[in-house]
Design a protein around this ligand. Structure first.
Ligand code: EPU
Length: 332
């Protein structure tokens, strides 16, 4: 276990904004986690940070951040159709996806190249190209530091939703590991937009070719966090009443829309783009020129500047379309 005081967080988040944390604790085992809480009761407060790819620090953080560096992946079960594979919270998500494809365990291909860790994959129910983590999660192993208890939660107990789970409200629970159920048989999931044409044009379709296509499509639309600071989609795609969507469709027949339950999901990227923000830049904070849903830090933007820009966008979209955007990013 390593305890850092007054640490610069720039390298701990993909946004790369400058901010310090009073305390940052790196731990690699549950024993270390327990040892930490034996000395520092949970009531003193803490917040989990994985790959830092979905967090914006709007200023210095006056508290304790816990950061797992656990990195084990283990096959813990199998039957004729599937494997159960357990990955610790600190495993880099895309390393896990690649490992599974290479071992002939399929399902996660469409989720290739998403920044972040395995722990966050469950908290956030990450999703892309027609797949979501919850489609494959068997159970999540958690630690409750208040009770000093380790236990497993089933998929149902995790209450997964669109970029959501029980862990977003019960922030005290710490994800220790996630057990995924993956298939022995590769079944391509190419329903999303033009993924099918893109994959087919590469020749034979296998899990690796799907992965490679997803990696390419993402690179075309989304900034590489190693080059440009960002947290991926800054906003959620809003779900509005059908009547609201119908009125907008009358005004903008070209507006993309997707029915979900009794509401309609409208791409936030389309709204922001239509409102004229795509490519906007003020100082080092901007709206990514190839995907309006993504706010970027071109170098030395502060978290406060990015947050300010996001608020201007929310207000403008509200005024122009009557739709309220909410952040997908966690702002601390
Ligand atoms: N659009 C525009 N202008 C833009 C951006 C998008 O008109 O600047 C339109 C597109 O033409 C398309 C629609 O909006 O018709 C949807 O865009 P896209 O397919 O790029 O997907 P998205 O809804 O913007 C979501 C996820 C992404 C995920 C992609 C692919 C959310 C908040 N975002 O983006 O997830 O990679 O689908 O499945 O649900 C993330 O969560 O960080 C993330 C990147």
């Amino acid at each position: 276990m390593k305890i850092h005081r007054d640490t610069q967080l720039k390298q701990y988040t993909t946004f790369g904004v400058s901010a310090t944390a009073d305390t940052l604790v790196e731990y690699s085992t549950v024993e270390e986690l327990r040892a930490y809480f034996a000395e520092h009761p949970a009531s003193e407060g803490y917040y989990m940070i994985g790959g830092g790819s979905n967090i914006l620090f709007s200023g210095d953080y006056h508290g304790t951040l816990l950061h797992p560096t656990s990195s084990d992946i283990e096959i813990v079960g199998s039957d004729d159709e599937s494997f159960l594979v357990r990955a610790e919270a600190g495993v880099v998500w895309d390393d896990f996806v690649l490992y599974c494809i290479e071992k002939g365990m399929y399902g996660l291909e469409n989720l290739s190249a998403i920044p972040g860790t395995v722990g966050a994959s469950a908290v956030q129910n990450i999703g892309a190209y027609g797949a979501e983590a919850k489609d494959f999660i068997e159970k999540v192993e958690v630690y409750d530091p208040v009770e000093d208890k380790l236990f497993s939660m089933s998929r149902e107990e995790c209450r997964f939703g669109y970029r959501n789970s029980v862990f977003k409200s019960r922030t005290g629970l710490i994800v220790v590991a996630v057990v995924y159920r993956l298939s022995r048989r590769f079944v391509p999931n190419l329903g999303y937009a033009n993924l099918k044409e893109r994959v087919s044009s590469q020749g034979d379709i296998d899990a690796m070719s799907v992965r490679e296509t997803v990696v390419k499509v993402r690179a075309e639309k989304l900034p590489d966090p190693k080059e440009t600071g960002s947290g991926g989609s800054f906003f959620k795609n809003p779900i509005v009443d059908k009547s609201v969507a119908d009125k907008l469709s009358e005004r903008y027949p070209e507006m993309p829309r997707y029915d979900v339950g009794d509401g309609v999901k409208i791409p936030a990227g389309w709204l922001i783009d239509k409102a004229g923000w795509k490519g906007f830049r003020q100082g080092d904070a901007g709206v990514y020129p190839r995907q309006a849903l993504v706010l970027v830090n071109y170098g030395s933007a502060t978290g406060g500047e990015v947050l300010e820009l996001s608020k201007r966008i929310v207000a403008d979209v509200k005024e122009k379309f009557g739709v309220e955007l909410s952040p997908e990013i966690i702002i601390l």
